[in-house]
Design a protein around this ligand. Structure first.
Ligand code: NAP
Length: 280
């Protein structure tokens, strides 16, 4: 049995789908089983150790996924304890590119470090996946695209190697179902370095109509988020990330998708073509 935590999310849902297509036994963990992507649904919460013990019972391998937020360290720790108690043989952790490049708790690049370290100390076989920004983050622009409004750009001309979540999921499946990727840490990127305006111009080409971006100063974006009730510590982390992307970008490509899957990483344009309905 393979447990997928975060099974309703961008990566978990795709990983569950791919595993089910292969005929693997899958248990999909969510707080709301009515949203399960398939397989055996299990209700559990990162905050509830008893529910995690139930979710990990009888599991041989697990995708460990924690939602973005200030409790990531505690959630990782709770899942590692549940996995250890259940005798899980292998965990694949969804981490993030740049993990370990900062030890500032106000910088998201420090957030996955405790979870990665705890897994390595647990004695369970592991693979760390450190993806770049997901193509699916563009779904956050769908309302603006549909209403014809400009798409907010917090990161200027800063580039990042946007990755298709389906590629992250395919690598997760390879790591969950063989031992070939044990003790490996993979930076996962798409094939191209793209700024927000470059992504929007691809979106416009695929949709066949012009789209505009509007640069939002980071201070103004922070004020908007705080005014809408966002957690101040998360706003600060988001602002640190935008500033880094705006000033330096993330100008690195990795060949890990090609080397694990034996095919090139999927382009942003392909992701947009497959999701154009969400923008129409
Ligand atoms: N987005 C990016 O560009 C990006 C890039 C690199 C790395 N990452 C990493 O990816 C991770 C997020 O993955 P994702 O984007 O696939 O997730 P997502 O789409 O944001 O979904 C979050 C998932 O976590 C589950 N979840 C949240 N709180 C939970 C709780 N208290 N108990 C149980 N489950 C809970 C949700 O399940 P339910 O709501 O169904 O319970 C949902 O399935 C983060 O760790 C982030 O650092 C993201």
């Amino acid at each position: 049995m393979i447990l997928i935590t975060g099974a309703t999310g961008a990566i978990g849902s795709q990983t569950a789908r791919l595993l089910l297509e292969r005929g693997e036994a899958v248990r999909s963990m969510t707080r709301d089983p009515s949203r399960s992507p398939g397989g055996e649904a299990v209700q559990a919460d990162f905050e509830d150790p008893r529910s995690l013990r139930r979710a990990f019972e009888g599991v041989s391998a697990a995708l460990l996924l924690t939602g973005f937020g200030g409790r990531l360290k505690e959630h990782d720790q709770a899942m590692i304890e549940a996995a250890g108690a259940a005798g899980v043989k292998k965990v694949v952790k969804l981490s993030a590119i740049g993990t370990g490049d900062s030890d500032d708790p106000g910088d998201a690049r420090s957030w996955h470090v405790p979870g990665e370290e705890a897994i390595k100390a647990s004695g369970i076989a592991w693979t760390m996946l450190r993806p770049a920004g997901f193509a699916s983050n563009s779904l956050g622009w769908a309302a603006a695209v549909r209403s014809g409004g400009p798409i907010p750009n917090f990161t200027g001309d800063g580039v990042q190697p946007v990755i298709d979540p389906r590629d992250v999921a395919a690598v997760a499946v390879a790591a969950l179902t063989t031992s070939a990727h044990d003790s490996r840490t993979y930076d996962l990127t798409g094939p191209d370095l793209l700024s927000v305006p470059a992504q929007v111009s691809i979106l416009a080409k695929v949709l066949g109509r012009p789209l505009e971006t509007v640069e939002i100063p980071i201070e103004a974006a922070k004020e908007q988020m705080l005014a809408s009730g966002a957690d101040p510590s998360l706003v600060a982390v988001a602002a640190t990330g935008w500033t880094m992307l705006k000033e330096v970008g993330w100008p690195h490509l990795s060949d890990a998708v090609q080397s694990v899957l034996g095919r090139p990483a999927t382009s942003y344009e392909s992701w947009v073509r497959d999701h154009r309905a969400a923008f129409s």
